[in-house]
Write a new protein. Structure first.
Length: 172
């Protein structure tokens, strides 16, 4: 995969292999925290610090307000970002080179923030759902295991995020 910044307000993902495209097409699935309480708590944290010292009634009131007003807005923003990314991925062009299929997509700079949001959410959920280790030695030696594939997926997402932050968002 090649990431390229253009001078006309666009950026592109080029020479995306079939495996990379498959992992990109799974961003929405990877970002879904359903059934993973740790990921849900990380994405939608309580507005009250454990050391806040509020009485139960005040804490409950704040939590209810947050759940009614703020929580849905955060979910809507996450979903909107995921929708932008899904549409971008589905717009990819495909070409054959030496018997291999490659994908590419050229996107507006305005999509970079949505991509960063979606990729970050997906990485967080992947790490919590699969309890990824920070120490690669603990993962075992089978490079085709599910855990290794999840690590690869997370690393690709992180690489794209780094590019977008350094080359697109900081330079706008």
């Amino acid at each position: 995969m090649e990431l390229r910044r253009h001078s006309d307000g666009r950026w592109s993902l080029e020479k995306v292999s079939e495996l990379e495209y498959l992992l990109l097409s799974r961003i929405q699935q990877a970002a879904d925290p359903s059934g993973c309480e740790k990921a849900i708590e990380r994405l939608y944290p309580s507005p009250i610090a454990p050391t806040a010292g509020l009485d139960k009634a005040a804490a409950l009131s704040i939590e209810e307000d947050w759940s009614e007003y703020t929580g849905p807005e955060i979910r809507h923003a996450f979903n909107k970002a995921l929708d932008v990314v899904a549409a971008d991925i589905s717009s990819a062009s495909i070409w054959d080179s030496d018997g291999y299929d490659y994908y590419s997509m050229t996107l507006a700079d305005s999509h970079a923030e949505s991509w960063c949001s979606a990729l970050n959410q997906a990485r967080l959920v992947l790490h919590y759902r699969h309890d990824l280790h920070s120490d690669m030695e603990e993962m075992g030696t089978n490079p085709v295991s599910e855990e290794w594939m999840v690590v690869l997926q997370s690393e690709i997402y992180g690489m794209i995020m780094e590019f977008l932050i350094k080359e697109v968002l900081w330079k706008q």
